[in-house]
Design a protein around this ligand. Structure first.
Ligand SMILES: [Ca+2]
Ligand SMILES: [Ca+2]
Length: 244
C-alpha cells in the first residue's frame, strides 16, 4: 500500500530517482571514478565530468570521516573502494549541511533532508545517492526541487503532507508567547492557511500533485514549511571549491 502511494504520488521520479541502480564499484585502485559510474552520473545529474570527479573525492573524504567517527562499525565489505559501507551517516551529513551550506534548519528538517538523499532508505548515503542528491540540491530544475521539498515535508513518506505533518513542521517556526492561553492556536491557524494555499483538490491533505500546482502558481510556497535547499550563494561557493 505504501509503495503504491509513493509511486503514484510522483516525487519518487526525477533525475535522482528511478529504478536503475548505479554501478556498484565506485572507483578503481588509483581512486579514479570508473568510466561506467561516470557515464551513469553524467546521464543522471546536472554535473560536469570535473564536478563529478571532485564530488566523488569529497565523498571518499566523508567516508573516511564517517569511518573515524564510528571505527567500531567496521566495513562489511573487504573492498574499501566499494561505496557500500561505511558511508556518511546522518550526523556527518547534518554537519555538512550546517557548515558547508550554511543551513540553519530545524533538526527535524535536517533528518528529512538526509532521508531525501537516502533513496534506498538504509540509513547511509551511498556514492550514487550522494552525487544524484547533490545534483538536485545544488542544480535541480524546478520539478526536481519541488519533488525534493515534497519528500522532505512528507514526514512519513505516505505521499501526502497531512495536517499533523504541517503542524509538526510549523510548530518550531513560531515564537511562542508565554501569555497565550493556547500556544498551539497560532500554529493551527498557520496550518489552515497553508492548507488553503496548497490543497488544490480540497481533500484535507496535500498530495504531490497539489504541491506541484501550488508551487507553479506561487514559487515561494516551495519552502513553505522551512528551508530544505541551500541558498544560491552557498551553492556557488560550494561549486567554486569543487573547481579549485
Ligand atoms: Ca505524510
Ligand atoms: Ca489535496
Amino acid at each position: 500500500m505504501e509503495d503504491v502511494g509513493r509511486e503514484g504520488a510522483g516525487p519518487g521520479g526525477g533525475a535522482a530517482g528511478g529504478r536503475s541502480r548505479a554501478p556498484h564499484h565506485s572507483s578503481n585502485n588509483n581512486g579514479k571514478t570508473s568510466a561506467k559510474l561516470m557515464e551513469y552520473f553524467k546521464r543522471k545529474t546536472h554535473f560536469t565530468k570535473d564536478e563529478i570527479e571532485s564530488l566523488c573525492r569529497v565523498y571518499r573524504k566523508l567516508v573516511a570521516t564517517s569511518h573515524a567517527h564510528n571505527s567500531g562499525a567496521a566495513a562489511h565489505s573487504g573492498n574499501p573502494a566499494a561505496a557500500v559501507l561505511p558511508s556518511p551517516n546522518s550526523a556527518v551529513v547534518t554537519e555538512l549541511l550546517h557548515n558547508t551550506f550554511d543551513m540553519v534548519t530545524e533538526e527535524v528538517l535536517m533528518d528529512r533532508i538526509f532521508c531525501a538523499f537516502d533513496r534506498c532508505n538504509d540509513g547511509v548515503i551511498r556514492m550514487d545517492e550522494w552525487v544524484c542528491g547533490l545534483s538536485v540540491f545544488i542544480k535541480g530544475d524546478a520539478d526536481e526541487r519541488t519533488a525534493f521539498c515534497f519528500r522532505v515535508y512528507d514526514l512519513n513518506s505516505d505521499g501526502y503532507i497531512s495536517r499533523e505533518e504541517m503542524f509538526h513542521l510549523l510548530r518550531n517556526c513560531l515564537v511562542k508567547q508565554p501569555q497565550d492561553d493556547d500556544p498551539d492556536e497560532g500554529v493551527k491557524d498557520l496550518v489552515e492557511l497553508a492548507l488553503k494555499k496548497l490543497d488544490y483538490d480540497k481533500d484535507g491533505k496535500v498530495s504531490f500533485k497539489d504541491f506541484q500546482s501550488a508551487v507553479k502558481d506561487e514559487p515561494l510556497l516551495l519552502e513553505a514549511f522551512g528551508q530544505c535547499l541551500p541558498s544560491e550563494g552557498a551553492c556557488q561557493t560550494f561549486l567554486s571549491t569543487l573547481r579549485s
